[in-house]
Design a binder for this molecule. Structure first.
Ligand SMILES: [Zn+2]
Ligand SMILES: [Zn+2]
Length: 276
């Protein structure tokens, strides 16, 4: 595949189709109530399900090994590593995010838990709305390799079988209450998953959402691929997330867009609060 540089200034180059404008998470899955840790098994805890993979993965080499005790960054208490070496190697890159994590953890502290969650949810909605073009473009590029040779020679048939979920992990940014909507959170990681990643009790609903959205988009725009995007807040004690479907046209132009570097671009755009 050709791999020209991505133009940050020309989102229209990829002509991403965006669903129900102005109608963000209203229609998506309601926020699950905070589980009672004494009564629920961790596997039935949607938040735990969503973040388990993330928490187990070394934030440097991305390996996750069962039975290895992870080392937590003692400063931010968020990132985990398989050992001293990984932690050391990750530090130059982690340094900036570590500071932000530490400061971000204090932002909602004066509020009651319910108020803090409401504030977070509203903030995440605005954040998502403002970054919608960037996120949709990254989402499309993250799945493009599956729609082109050698993985596929029939993009339309491929779109019917795929159930991709792009998960974007975020933290509250320090001074989030005073920051502009697009700067209230910063991204720490993004990972392409499938619907199997969504907790079982929400999976069928999200599967239907995704199918319905694709059919609607196809009926209006012609051949389209689609996937779900989940923005997941990793703040300690928070259960806030935002889910929305993204569609993209299956034409020559979109299928020849570059797929490499989608994550790097997304991380930079969201961390810097760049709205396109
Ligand atoms: Zn590692
Ligand atoms: Zn840290």
């Amino acid at each position: 595949m050709k791999n020209p540089p991505v133009s940050m200034n020309d989102p229209s180059a990829l002509s991403v189709v965006i669903n129900n404008p102005g109608n963000l998470p209203e229609s998506s899955t309601p926020i699950p109530p905070a589980p009672d840790a004494r009564r629920r098994h961790p596997l039935s805890d949607p938040h735990e399900m969503y973040t388990r993979g993330y928490r187990r993965r070394c934030q440097h080499c991305a390996k996750c090994e069962v039975g290895v005790t992870m080392r937590k960054c003692s400063a931010c208490k968020m990132d985990k590593y398989r050992g001293k070496e990984c932690q050391k190697a990750a530090w130059p890159a982690h340094k900036k995010i570590c500071k932000l994590s530490q400061a971000g953890q204090a932002v909602w502290q004066d509020l009651t838990i319910d108020d803090a969650e409401l504030k977070r949810r509203d903030a995440l909605r605005s954040f998502t709305r403002n970054h919608r073009v960037t996120i949709s473009e990254a989402a499309m590029r993250s799945v493009l390799p599956f729609y082109v040779p050698p993985l596929s020679s029939d993009p339309v048939a491929t779109s019917e079988g795929r159930e991709d979920v792009l998960v974007i992990y975020l933290h509250t940014r320090p001074n989030a209450h005073r920051a502009r909507a697009e700067k209230r959170f910063f991204v720490v990681d993004a990972q392409l998953e499938t619907l199997a990643f969504v907790p079982p009790d929400l999976r069928e609903e999200e599967r239907l959402n995704l199918r319905y959205f694709r059919e609607q988009t196809v009926s209006v725009r012609g051949a389209c691929g689609s996937l779900l995007v989940v923005l997941f807040l990793l703040d300690p004690g928070s259960f806030v997330k935002s889910i929305f479907p993204v569609g993209f046209p299956l034409n020559q132009r979109s299928l020849s867009a570059p797929s490499s570097g989608w994550k790097e671009t997304l991380v930079v755009m969201l961390i810097e609060g760049i709205v396109v």
